[in-house]
Design a protein around this ligand. Structure first.
Ligand code: URA
Length: 243
């Protein structure tokens, strides 16, 4: 691919804004190989050179990986004639080619990965990979141990096959005193959690995705907040799940 400027490289891997990148370089926090470089105009070959920021090796990629704390009221789509979309929430990010890795319902909140890395999306949502998706599920009414056992074993929700076994545990009730579960599923069927709870006679009043494989929602992001993933988070996602 030839050489590019160091400041361009750092912008492509999203370590900060243009202004921050200038500062990082000036402060001597960036190395190419063993050499600290204090000029953004320095050229390097992303395929040959190894770049470090604060002694952590960077992975060069022009692809974008964004963690969004999806708020209720927006749809997990790139375009929608009626409703606001998750893509519409992103400011100061080039959104061309970005898609959500799986869908959350309009009223569901929490972790949503947006990326232009199609193979990674496929990898994360493919049923054969069985990547864990962990949800916080608030219910209208108390749920019995028998119902939890049914969810754990797999439940008939009107599809061709039962749901795969899920992990379920009780969490402390919410501020309204309503029961809360942590539910981990390995598939991504349409309205899956709501349908699973419905099948055992329960209504979900609030649903939030907490993690997807190794990627946990950054709780410092307010609803509607987002950030780029770190190189370590991207690497972990690429190897998530099992065939
Ligand atoms: N299950 C649901 O029912 N809704 C979601 O948004 C995600 C999982």
């Amino acid at each position: 691919m030839g050489t590019i400027r160091l400041d361009r490289y750092l912008a492509d891997v999203h370590i900060g804004s243009r202004k921050q990148i200038k500062e990082f370089i000036r402060e001597g926090r960036v190395r190419i190989g063993d050499a600290v470089v204090t000029k953004g105009e320095e050229h390097l070959d992303p395929e040959e050179d190894t770049v470090f920021f604060d002694d952590k090796q960077l992975q060069y990629s022009k692809q974008r990986y964004i963690m969004l704390n999806k708020p209720a009221g927006v749809v997990s789509a790139t375009k929608d004639g009626l409703s606001k979309t998750v893509i519409g929430l992103l400011k100061n990010i080039p959104v061309r080619g970005l898609s959500p890795a799986g869908r959350l319902d309009k009223d569901t909140e929490g972790l949503l990965l947006l990326t232009d890395d199609g193979p990674l999306i496929h990898h994360l949502i493919s049923p054969s990979r069985k990547v864990d998706k962990c949800y916080e599920v608030h219910l209208k009414e108390e749920i019995s141990d028998e119902a939890l056992t049914t969810l754990r074993e797999g439940v008939e929700i009107g599809d061709d096959s039962k749901t795969l076994p899920a992990d379920v545990k009780r969490l402390a009730p919410d501020e309204k005193g309503q029961p809360v579960l942590e539910l981990i599923i390995r598939e991504g069927r349409f309205h899956q959690i709501k349908r699973m709870l419905h099948a055992v006679g329960h209504e979900v009043v609030y649903l939030k995705r907490i993690s997807m494989g190794p990627l946990a929602l950054d709780e410092s992001l307010p609803p509607g907040g987002y950030r780029y993933l770190s190189a370590d988070e991207i690497q972990a996602l690429k190897t998530a799940g099992k065939e």
